[in-house]
Design a protein around this ligand. Structure first.
Ligand SMILES: [Zn+2]
Length: 319
């Protein structure tokens, strides 16, 4: 990408950062890639609250152990047209969760505005950026560049070696859907994926490409791209190196330019609160769940009841 374009794309994020609904930590991100027709797209988003959460529960509400807000980078990815090989321009230091999502979604280049390194909350977040976000970028092969807009200077913080291929044990699985989506085919697919994943938690969704082809995306819990169960690092108390199945399905859809079809998303257990918030951010209103008594932690159950009672996200048990 030409330098002039890099500054232009970063400026597009900077231009909207003050429109963020967040009272103190205002962040914007610009996801730039090419869609299935080869046209460049740019999705510029700030951090904020999905409308239903903001309107019904308010911005202070906790959704289980998660906030109800979505970071700018993840929101842009949730609305991505095709993030494989895309670049992302951020006004601030990305948190580990967003970097995990970027890696899963196939983003290859990360640009961070120099001012992001100077803000108050950069100081607070700084160690998670150095200890985790940067490490994930290195393992996942995502280049990181600091952008000095005013001086017109780019400083590389990390560049993967030519031909570097990140380790991945269990990529999300993409299959062509044999027929038109139907509840019958949904049930049949779920049964087949239970046979594949056995007792491991997994999620799946039917997804449509802009070219009309329908696919099945399925995934289980997995370390972030570049890590394996052998190389995974010690867990930070706040952030995990693991990606949850629903998040992986959401990010895989973004990666390949697929749109998840409403009513055809399934999780074998109750999703985590963060997965629920991301689903809402992707404008979904329901999810089918295999076992409504099973969740990773108690907060999942709590969040489910909160969102169900508020009429924001429905949880359907398959018969
Ligand atoms: Zn984040």
């Amino acid at each position: 990408m030409e330098d002039a374009l890099i500054f232009k794309h970063m400026q597009a994020a900077v231009d909207i950062v003050n429109s963020s609904q967040h009272p103190t930590s205002k962040v914007a991100a610009n996801l730039v890639g090419r869609d299935l027709d080869g046209y460049e797209f740019s999705i510029v988003r700030t951090n904020g609250w999905p409308q239903p959460i903001k309107d019904i529960l308010g911005t202070e509400a906790r959704i289980g152990n998660s906030s109800g807000s979505i970071h700018a980078e993840t929101q842009a990815l949730l609305e991505s047209k095709l993030s494989q090989d895309a670049a992302i321009f951020i006004t601030d230091l990305p948190c580990p969760n967003c970097v995990k999502n970027m890696a899963e979604a196939g983003v290859r280049k990360l640009f961070i505005d120099h001012k992001g390194f100077e803000k108050d909350f950069a100081q607070r977040r700084g160690h998670h950026f150095d200890d985790m976000s940067m490490k994930i970028c290195e393992k996942a092969g995502v280049s990181v560049t600091k952008v000095f807009r005013k001086d017109g200077v780019l400083t590389s913080l990390f560049k993967p070696k030519t031909g570097y291929t990140p380790a991945i044990e269990k990529p999300a699985i993409l299959q062509t859907l044999p027929h038109e989506p139907s509840p019958f085919l949904f049930q049949k697919t779920i049964a087949a994926e239970y046979a594949r994943y056995q007792d491991r938690p997994f999620a799946l969704g039917f997804a449509q490409s802009l070219l009309g082809k329908a696919h099945i995306i399925s995934a289980e819990v997995h370390p972030v791209l570049g890590y394996t169960s052998q190389t995974i690092e010690e867990q930070d108390p706040k952030y995990s190196y693991l990606l949850q199945p629903v998040n992986r399905v959401l990010m895989t859809a973004s990666r390949f330019g697929l749109k998840l079809i409403k009513g055809y998303i399934f999780s074998s257990r109750i999703p985590t609160p963060r997965e629920m918030v991301n689903l809402i951010g992707a404008q979904h209103t329901e999810i089918h769940v295999g076992d409504l008594a099973d969740s990773r932690d108690a907060e999942g159950l709590q969040a489910m009841h909160l969102l169900e009672d508020a009429g924001i996200l429905g949880f359907r048990k398959l018969n």
